[in-house]
Design a protein around this ligand. Structure first.
Ligand SMILES: *Cc1c(COP(=O)(O)O)cnc(C)c1O
Length: 356
């Protein structure tokens, strides 16, 4: 039986996408060949890459000033590639520190330029999104992590600043509309809300790349990938294919505006239960709660252990919190059906009847 999968990543994908992907691995479109054994330069694969890029632009309302790339190395490689490509040694970039992933981005960026941390919520274990901050005049960009996968916080308002934003959207890309004009660069590992592990989407404003004095290895140079349409070397064909299928699915759902409404409804259902159930409490500031990763605690260690066991016995998978935080984390990305959230809520209610 298929489990209710609340994994934070790699995470749930639409069932129809997995079925179609599985078929294409065996025999793609009746070609008598697997998707995995044909040239990435074949017209069949080139059309997959182009459709994935096109759907991204269409769904997020992105104009042709931007390129959509499917790179490898994970979002973690973007922590250094962004600074390496956008910041000369003597230049300054600003960062907001909202969690484990932002802290890692800051550490890597420091290798390539002057990094100013303009705000941080580390003082309170990252349970909120810092609001007021000022950028130094020399700032070249501001880096934010729009959704903090580990902590369960999310920028509900994207800051208005007079420099381009560089944003890690690994865990909330395609979950809501974006105002592309604000961004110089967006990156997202596929495995949270888009596809399987193995590719990282980079959406970059073309006029920002290829401008530095620094020598950049070819494979780490955005300009090369922009000029080659993300086909400089063999792209990760399977993750790109599955991401493309997921974007087709998303379009069929009505796009990001429609999925945003569903995401809001799913998150509300779960947060309302957390707030009203005597056995549980939320972890982060209410106004900064993530619609993607819902973090909460049981009221006592005994209740935590008991609910963990009951969830497992009831076909609920991967609901335990991040290893350093504990408690629970239910990741409810785009592909998570409302029925699974309802099922989790019912399990929590039944639990309270027995244990409260
Ligand atoms: C998972 C995650 C990462 C790391 O992604 P990798 O692809 O494993 O390198 C970075 N940022 C955020 C916000 C994430 O959720």
């Amino acid at each position: 039986m298929k489990k209710h999968n609340f994994s934070s990543g790699p995470a749930i994908l639409p069932q129809s996408v997995m079925e179609e992907a599985g078929k294409a691995v065996v025999d793609w479109n009746g070609m008598g060949l697997s998707l995995l054994e044909i040239s990435h330069r074949s017209k069949e694969f080139v059309s997959v890459m182009e459709e994935a890029q096109q759907l991204t632009k269409e769904l997020l309302n992105i104009n042709d000033d931007y390129s959509v790339l499917f790179l490898t190395g994970g979002a973690s490689s973007q922590f250094y590639m962004t600074a390496m490509n956008l910041l000369d040694k003597e230049e300054t970039a600003c960062y907001i520190d909202t969690g484990n992933w932002s802290a890692k981005a800051i550490k890597e960026a420091k290798i390539f330029g002057k990094i100013v941390e303009v705000a941080s919520s580390k003082d309170k274990e990252y349970v909120y999104i810092p609001k007021g901050f000022t950028l130094p005049n020399e700032a070249k960009y501001l880096h934010i992590t729009t959704n903090n996968t580990v902590q369960g916080t999310q920028f509900q308002e994207i800051p208005n600043v007079n420099v381009p934003l560089v944003a890690d959207m690994s865990s909330d890309i395609f979950s809501r509309p974006i105002d592309i004009e604000k961004y110089g660069l967006i990156y997202a590992g596929a495995q949270k809300n888009m596809g399987p592990a193995g590719t990282t989407m980079v959406i970059v404003r073309k006029d920002l790349v290829g401008k530095l004095n620094r020598e950049i290895p070819t494979m780490l140079n955005y300009k090369i990938h922009v000029d080659k349409g993300s086909m400089f070397n063999t792209p990760p064909v399977f993750p790109v294919f599955v991401s493309m299928l997921t974007l087709r699915w998303l379009k069929a759902q009505g796009g990001v505006e429609a999925i945003q409404k569903i995401n809001e409804a799913k998150a509300k259902l779960l947060y309302d239960e957390i707030d009203s159930n005597p056995c549980f409490r939320g972890r982060v500031a209410v106004e900064d709660r993530s619609l993607m990763n819902v973090t909460f605690f049981a009221q006592t260690p005994e209740l935590e252990k008991a609910f963990s066991e009951i969830a497992k016995a009831n076909n609920i998978s991967a609901i335990n919190g991040y290893r350093t935080i504990g408690g629970f984390r239910a990741s409810i990305y785009n592909a998570m059906p409302m029925e699974s959230v309802e099922y989790l809520v019912k399990t929590m209610r039944d639990f309270a009847k027995q244990y409260a």
